[in-house]
Design a binder for this molecule. Structure first.
Ligand SMILES: Cc1ncc(COP(=O)(O)O)c(C=O)c1O
Length: 459
């Protein structure tokens, strides 16, 4: 297969051994494998374009940019979490070894007791909890375990962009239903709570082939926190049509303005048909640890365990130990002012408000998010004033706008159309997403960029 393996070896290893590699050897590295057979597995058809790669590359090409695109905190995690990790690394040497396949026992135990109380369920750490490589791992395991060829999966738009490819990779058919904004009073800022599903349209998406419903509350990218009434409607449709609900609740602790996060699994009749997904990354501001979990009834979880034990098998032990200790600490402080789950959203709400005011100063119109790491902002005024930004004719306006903004204004955001299915992108190409879970110094750097932008706007 690798006819030039020796040349490649020389090129890669030669420099390490102090040998020179010639230009012809360099060319060898770039040869493309061609096969008479189709090379890529068919399950990758239609999913090979990834906008994150494109926008991360653009951001890295500019020298002086403030990156408010990707969703991660650029400040230190809480001290107790860092200490827990240090303890895991320097303490018991057995934490350097494999742990139980479905989760490090102290972690599955604390997740069971912590979430058992919140969901009103007796949760068995061995049967109802699975620890995964981040919430991404949890989602992938759930799709692989439950979605079959031809199954329909209902996805609410705008959606965390991996739900569609994960459905397709499992052989399923994504069925989209959009949240739509209702008109606001003139001059009033829009809120994510104004974005709603049409109950008749939602009901029309359920068919005899519907296998799963994907819920994400608080939602990425909009920041919508689904209300009890909205969740009750979803719950009754799932029950009526015998559908499994996969609920992604990674931002559950980041809810603002007195809104309340409700887990759909806590509604009557929903535990037995719901998989609830969480992320230590988003919970304790440690996205690099990549510890996630799924909670659910054994009848569903046993299939996820089959996927897990035949793919990942077990996750990094030390990260799990640190997350277990962090949850144990939170359980003691739960509901008190000393709790991270109380302090963190208060701090982040101030970051959100800071960003809203700054964006408004240049004529952007943020949609106030009720929760999550993100807000989306309306750019229709710019679309009207400068419709002809460079880019391909069929490229959605928001993508062209973000490229223009990165280059000319030094600010990185993410176009919101990527969170919609292709046929619906043209209706939502006038929003861009910013992440506000950023250090004060980053927000101040953003202010400087926006002040410069504002000065350029003033005649
Ligand atoms: C809605 C949502 N779900 C899941 C994830 C993935 O979480 P993790 O980093 O734990 O894999 C993210 C990350 O951005 C997200 O926004």
């Amino acid at each position: 297969m690798f006819r030039n393996a020796a040349a490649i070896y020389l090129h890669l290893v030669g420099p390490l051994q102090g040998k020179k590699s010639g230009a012809s050897l360099t060319r060898c590295l770039h040869q493309t494998l061609t096969m008479a057979k189709q090379l890529q597995a068919r399950r990758l058809d239609r999913i090979d374009y990834n906008p994150w790669v494109e926008f991360a590359k653009l951001a890295s090409e500019e020298a002086d940019v403030v990156n408010l695109g990707q969703g991660f905190p650029d400040f230190s995690p809480p001290e107790f979490a860092v200490e827990a990790f240090q303890h895991a690394v320097s303490g018991d040497f057995m934490l350097n070894q494999y742990t139980k396949a479905f989760g490090y026992p102290p972690l599955t135990k604390i997740l069971a007791s912590f979430f058992g109380k919140l969901l009103g369920q007796e949760i068995d750490p061995l049967k109802n909890v699975l620890v995964t490589v981040g919430a991404y791992g949890a989602l992938f395991t759930a799709f692989q375990a439950l979605v079959d060829e031809g199954d329909e999966v209902i996805i609410i738009e705008p959606f965390f962009d991996c739900y569609e490819p994960m459905t397709l990779m499992a052989g399923g058919r994504p069925v989209f239903v959009s949240l739509k904004p209702s008109p606001t009073q003139k001059g009033e800022p829009d809120s994510s709570s104004n974005w709603q599903l049409d109950p008749t349209e939602l009901a029309s998406k359920f068919t005899s082939r519907t296998k799963a419903f994907i819920l994400n509350t608080p939602n990425n990218p909009l920041g919508k926190v689904f209300s009890r009434e909205e969740l009750e409607l979803v719950a009754s449709l799932c029950q009526q049509h015998d559908v499994v609900c996969i609920t992604d609740e990674v931002y559950q602790w980041l809810v603002f303005d007195g809104f309340q996060h409700i887990s759909i699994a806590s509604l009557p009749g929903m535990w037995e048909r719901t998989l609830t997904i969480g992320s230590a990354g988003k919970t304790f501001s440690v996205t690099g640890w990549k510890v996630g979990w799924v909670l659910g009834p054994d009848s569903l979880m046993k299939h996820l365990r089959t996927v897990h034990q035949n793919s990942i098998y077990s996750c990094a032990t030390q990260g799990q130990a640190a997350v277990a200790q962090s949850f144990e600490r939170e359980q003691v402080h739960f509901g008190q002012p000393s709790s991270y789950f109380v302090q963190f959203p208060q701090y982040i709400q101030r970051c959100r408000d800071h960003m809203i005011q700054s964006l408004q100063s240049v004529g952007l119109r943020p949609v106030i998010p009720q929760g999550s790491y993100f807000l989306i902002t309306d750019i229709s005024d710019f679309k009207n004033k400068m419709p002809d930004l460079p880019g391909a004719a069929d490229e959605p306006y928001d993508r062209r706008f973000v490229k223009w903004m990165i280059k000319n204004k030094g600010l990185v955001a993410i176009p919101v159309s990527i969170f919609f299915s292709v046929p619906h992108q043209k209706f939502f190409d006038h929003y861009i997403r910013f992440c506000f879970v950023k250090d004060e110094s980053t927000l101040r750097a953003m202010d400087q960029k926006l002040q410069k932008w504002k000065a350029e706007l003033t005649p």
